[in-house]
Design a protein around this ligand. Structure first.
Ligand SMILES: [Ca+2]
Ligand SMILES: [Ca+2]
Length: 447
């Protein structure tokens, strides 16, 4: 009796101790609030000429690929040294495929096949340079391949997958493309330009403009096939390639590595910038709505069936959203699970987090001095930022000391000045009278 009592006491002491350990681990693993992040931008590499994108090949090489608007794709090796030779040059000094002018034209997107390590296939989205005025500026989705003998050089042979897709104006080309967790290629196209979607492309299900497309590029000998569950596949009225519609100028989308959810920044017209969480078949509202408001805001509109953004901001905070990434890296646990995005013109960077299902909370992390043309990820899920005007790639870091980690003295904010880009950013396209004044270099704030 006595013996079992003392055993019972020992067990309960052990349980208490376990509970104590559990509580400690719970609190140290509890997700940090975005307010706790002290965001810093750590210099990675500079010397790029109007860069638009940074991404990785997913091949285990730990390289970063930096896309320049005028057509060059450059490589940072695993030590973040810039290689002297281009991976691919689609610009005027190379294959000369890409528009040489137009503030929103150029080489706009790059995506590596999910099996790139085995098949060497990658895809680009660009606007075409052509002496034929009917083709000049049209969108091309094309496939290239890495050289079998040199992993840092691509072969010059182009296979056109989709296009030329007619672009009625020089602006609103969209341009991002990425493979989803389903293995299909997703392609973002803007509404074709002008101001206020004069052609009503966003809501026209027979046009590829103002859409997110989804195609299957693994169906030889066809250039591509239609995923059978695309919302307008086959006999269903509407273009077979469409995955979602009602977009204005989607500028950068991503898939959350954890759950595959698709986040997209859609650049606004006159008043609101928005972040969308896109599902198959969604009508994201443009040009009926801008952000969460009827467009224009003095008219009544029918909102039934339209999918609202999960977040919006007005002209007090920026004028051209740049969609980012859900942080799933391991270096900065405070950022884990937060969607990091920014504004091209104001340089502000925010974290968006879902505090309860369907409720999104936005926190400003930094008001930077950079023209943020893109965010990007490396293979490990660390997140980067591309400075368009100064030609620099930065890594997003957290300078705040973490209770569960030893502070690392090397983590500091670095804003190293870099040489002026060799190409000057192009002037803004003509603004409509209703547009807000533009400060400095404007690009995707488009009218
Ligand atoms: Ca159809
Ligand atoms: Ca919308």
């Amino acid at each position: 009796m006595k013996h079992s009592q003392s055993t019972g006491l020992i067990i309960s002491m052990k349980n208490l101790f376990s509970l104590f350990l559990l509580l400690i681990s719970f609190f140290s693993l509890a997700p940090a609030s975005a307010q706790d992040i002290s965001l810093g931008l750590q210099f990675v590499a500079g010397g790029f000429s109007i860069p638009l994108l940074v991404t990785h090949a997913g091949d285990g090489s730990d390289r970063l690929f930096v896309v320049q608007q005028r057509g060059r794709i450059r490589i940072l090796d695993a030590n973040r040294n810039l290689l002297g030779t281009d991976f691919l040059n689609l610009g005027s000094t190379g294959l000369d495929r890409v528009s040489r002018s137009g503030s929103e034209r150029g080489l706009l997107g790059l995506a590596f096949h999910p099996n790139y390590a085995q098949n060497g296939r990658f895809f680009v989205n660009y606007t075409l340079r052509s002496t034929n005025p009917n083709l000049d500026g049209d969108t091309i989705i094309a496939e290239y391949q890495v050289s079998p003998s040199d992993p840092n050089v691509a072969l010059p042979t182009e296979k056109i997958i989709l296009g030329p897709i007619d672009q009625p104006e020089s602006n609103h080309n969209g341009g991002h493309l990425a493979f989803g967790p389903d293995g299909y290629l997703y392609i973002a196209l803007g509404d074709g330009g002008g101001g206020g979607d004069p052609y009503n492309n966003g809501q026209n299900k027979n046009s590829l403009l103002g859409k997110l497309l989804r195609i299957d590029v693994d169906s030889p000998p066809q250039a591509y096939a239609i995923p059978p569950d695309n919302p307008f596949a086959g006999a269903i009225p509407g273009a077979d390639e469409i995955y979602a519609y009602g977009l204005r100028n989607p500028w950068r989308f991503c898939f959350d590595r954890l759950d595959g959810r698709l986040f997209c920044g859609d650049v606004g017209q006159d008043t609101y910038e928005e972040i969308d969480l896109i599902q198959k078949g969604d009508n994201l509202g443009w040009r009926i709505m801008e952000g969460m408001h009827c467009f224009p805001d003095y008219v009544a509109c029918a909102t039934a069936g339209l999918v609202y953004p999960i977040n919006e901001y007005g002209r007090d905070l920026g004028i051209s959203v740049t969609g980012g990434y859900v942080y799933r890296g391991s270096s900065y646990p405070s950022m884990y699970g937060k969607y990091l995005f920014g504004d091209f013109e104001s340089g502000r960077i925010w974290a968006l987090e879902e505090t309860s299902p369907g409720t999104w909370d936005r926190t400003e992390l930094l008001d930077s001095n950079y023209l943020i043309s893109s965010f990007g990820e490396d293979e490990a899920g660390e997140v980067y930022l591309v400075g368009y005007g100064n030609g620099v790639v930065y890594q997003l870091i957290d300078n705040a000391p973490l209770p569960t980690r030893t502070p690392t003295p090397t983590v500091t904010v670095t804003r190293t000045p870099v040489p002026t880009p060799t190409e000057t950013p192009l002037p803004t396209v003509t603004a409509t009278p209703t547009s807000p004044p533009s400060s400095g270099v404007s690009n995707w704030k488009v009218y």
